[in-house]
Design a protein around this ligand. Structure first.
Ligand SMILES: Cc1ncc(COP(=O)(O)O)c(C=O)c1O
Length: 391
């Protein structure tokens, strides 16, 4: 068997992270991995999460198996968080807890492959590094469509030029908010254009909402997804508590299937459960138990989340203002309009390498940086370095 072992390239992100850890320069800045960091550079456990964990430890509830769909209370909570508390679609969904947002995507990929193995998945370019491998891992074909912007506004004409080749039954992946890696989200009328496209072409939307609450706010960030839910009969959703609750390593997420045909709900759930049963049986419970407590009394957690969001938005505004005062290239200004942790710098791979080698600033070679990796005191260092490498 081992004679067939392929030479597989490692993940470029983790390779750069190793390089960062080994870099002895004290001024180094890690803008690589998509985790939130506070002003001290830490990724703290949220206070509300700590409180919930203490409560759960005291209660010491049984660790017996949960249902195949995971923690049912969590599933109801997260569905309401995503769709809105009063959404009429609450009665038309089938949600299972998954191993993070990645697990949700893979379960949905397997679900699509089980129902229609020839389905083509349409993925943004640039896009989330793992969408393609996940969907290809499920045996599906992946095509790309351009996700570029003019001054921070999505160039939707380009999207539709590429999507013209999409056929009935294909699946369109859109990021619910805070597009990774570009930070460019559709305006609400652009969401409507995507809906009109899906309805007209009978293309199935799969909304990956991994950053709800990191852009403008939890409600606002779900606006496009909810508009879809109002207007299409059938859609797929992958969601995660990794970022907005900081539960990264607890692997807490959910896969959701919305179908207006209620007679399909039981077979849909059975199929989803069969997919997970043949893989890891059921997801771990701890993160979902914590998340359920946060969802049931959300005020304090949402306040903590707003502190994270505001810090990122302040960094964006501060960086943009400084760059403009320093007469930096106009193309850098879009950083102020982008949403969430990520931005794509309009830099070549050579310029990103120079940023790393000359200035110890680590971003991805395609230009992606995690704004949350920055401290206020480093904003001017970054601005100067950007101007230097763009000279
Ligand atoms: C767009 C997108 N989807 C899904 C995920 C997966 O999140 P999780 O860590 O919950 O698996 C990420 C994580 O970076 C992401 O950026």
């Amino acid at each position: 068997m081992l004679e067939n072992l392929p030479v597989v390239e490692g993940d470029p992100l983790w390779a750069l992270l190793h390089q960062f850890n080994a870099d002895p320069r004290s001024q180094k800045i890690d803008m690589l991995v998509g985790v939130y960091r506070d002003e001290t550079g830490q990724t703290p456990v949220m206070q509300e999460v700590q409180k919930a964990e203490l409560k759960l430890t005291k209660e010491a509830a049984s660790k017996s198996y949960k249902m195949l769909s995971g923690n049912l209370e969590f599933n109801d909570h997260i569905t309401k968080f995503v769709l809105g508390n009063n959404s009429p679609r609450f009665d038309e969904q089938c949600t299972i807890q998954t191993v993070g947002g990645t697990g949700a995507l893979r379960v949905l990929g397997d679900f699509i492959a089980a129902l229609s193995p020839q389905t083509v998945i349409w993925n943004t370019e640039p896009g989330y590094l793992n969408h393609r491998p996940i969907m290809e891992g499920a045996g599906l074909k992946v095509e790309s469509f351009r996700w570029h912007h003019n001054g921070g506004i999505l160039d939707i004409e380009q999207c539709f030029e590429d999507l013209a080749k999409a056929k009935e039954g294909d699946v369109l992946i859109l990021h619910g908010s805070c597009h990774n890696p570009s930070g460019v989200d559709p305006l609400i009328d652009q969401w409507q254009q995507f809906i009109d496209f899906c309805v007209a072409k009978k293309v199935i939307p799969l909304i990956d909402i991994a950053y709800q609450g990191f852009g403008v706010g939890p409600e606002e960030d779900a606006a496009g997804l909810r508009l879809f839910a109002e207007q299409v009969d059938f859609m797929l959703v992958a969601t995660s508590c990794s970022k907005n609750m900081g539960l990264y390593c607890e692997r807490t997420g959910a896969a959701m299937v919305l179908s207006s045909d209620k007679s399909q709900h039981q077979p849909l759930r059975t199929l989803l459960e069969r997919i997970t049963r043949a893989n890891y049986s059921m997801p771990p419970n701890h993160g979902s138990a914590v998340a359920s407590l946060l969802f049931s009394e959300p005020e304090a957690w949402l306040k903590e989340l707003s502190v994270c969001r505001n810090r990122i938005n302040d960094l964006r505004l501060g960086l943009g203002k400084l760059l403009s005062e320093m007469g930096a290239d106009q193309s850098l200004q879009a950083v102020t309009r982008q949403k969430g942790m990520f931005s794509m710098l309009p830099l070549t791979a050579e310029q990103m390498t120079a940023l790393r080698e000359k200035h110890a600033i680590y971003g991805m070679l395609n230009g992606r940086i995690n704004i949350a990796g920055l401290k206020q005191e480093q904003v001017s260092y970054l601005a100067n370095a950007l101007i230097d490498v763009m000279k």
